[in-house]
Design a binder for this molecule. Sequence first.
Ligand code: MN
Length: 496
Amino acid sequence: MSLPQLLKSIPHKFKPEEEALLEKAFLFTQAAHAGQKRMSGEDYIVHPLEAVVILGQIFPDATSLAALFLHDVPENTGISIEAIAKEFGPEIAGLVDGVTKLGQVRLRNSTEPQYIETLRKMFIATSKDVRVMLIKLADRLHNIRTLQYLGEDKQKKIATETLEVYAPIAGRLGINAWKDELEDSAFAVVDTEAYSGTKKLLEAELAKKELGIKALQKELSHILKTEGVKFLNISGRTKRVYSLYKKLKKYDSDMEKINDILAVRITTKSTTDCYASLGAIHQHFQPLQGRMKDYIATPKPNGYQSLHTTVFDREGGVFEIQIRTDLMHEEAERGVAAHWFYTQSGKISTQMNTRLNWVNELKNWQEEDQSAEEFMENLKVDFFRDRIFVLTPKGDAKDLPLGATVIDFAFSVHTDLGYYMMGAKVNGKMSKITQTLEHGDVVEILKSKQPVKVSRDWLASAHTGNARSRIKQYLKEQDKGLIARIGKLTNFFQKK
Ligand code: MN
């Protein structure tokens, strides 16, 4: 795909200066990755290009798209963030940096619950600017589409991570189009057997109900017309494989209890027409008690709006009907991206992006599955206001208070590492051990063979309780003269 083709595939008219920026980012990226190949054998540039098309569909913001072009440059080429900042300015460089830092949390054993937890936290904290998250999700979506070129182990790891971290976050941002694709594609790899079993069930059920739903659509259209209710479209909506799988688990695999495998979706121009449609439908079809949900008056936490009702059809079966305006439908597909784009009338306010409003909203996270509840437990908003995540060279994230230094980091990794610390590298550069760390820094502690002399000055730069108490303990023992020989020190602390 060429750049002009790409621009055509994005349903948005860019300003001349925006097009110039996209072209510059494209050419820069192409040159930077020159000669590199994807596992598919294609030129590397295909990946950022395709990812830009994905993001452009829901969020055609030139700044974010330029950053998405550049997102793999620091990691995969010799070009630094500083060089990108020089060429494209601090805003784009900041976005690229955020995405790069997220990528540095390495895939280890991703079935380990703590790892997923860390990754989620890291994801949220790094993505205070929601554009970082949108860029990372578009990147992941293209990676999922091209997963078959990777080895089996890697496929499983990426798919698990996608199912447990990326898809829920897409859902939380209200981007259902992305959530659905991420979930089903990842599920097919994570649990191939369950996937194909559920898919078969779904297809059998669809075959049974297809005719009924077509007849129902026709009848609904007739009813709305004769009642004088204005509507735009009536269509069928099929439940996704993963979503059915989760529901079946909840209902002891009883297919009879699942009423929304096939749903009818009605779109209207106005909210008034939504309620008018609902009224007309209930006059002609018996609604199932307790199944009416008004997500227009009370939207879901991720912003989802729609009226849901379940009615008995002529054959005694039940069908779910979803009624929404075309704008609500658009927002259900594009989530936060659509909302911001429209409310800012094509302009994205930086204020809105840099503050983490949406993290506040996470308080309302209401997912049915337990892991999401546990997730919330650990997502106290205050937690992120004053915490940073710092990485070991292997990509383990350490969570530290804001203002933490290299000393705090060293003691958080291991007590011994603190006592043997003779220096440190932050993001590959030599630095003082008193240096204050920033979110996403990669810190390598240089270890001496012998315990070093811990100085009283360290206390001034130690902010965590853990580091302070370890240092004080050392100084106390030293004052007591208990450690005449330096070798005994090791012994002493090993006993602790
Ligand atoms: Mn990438």
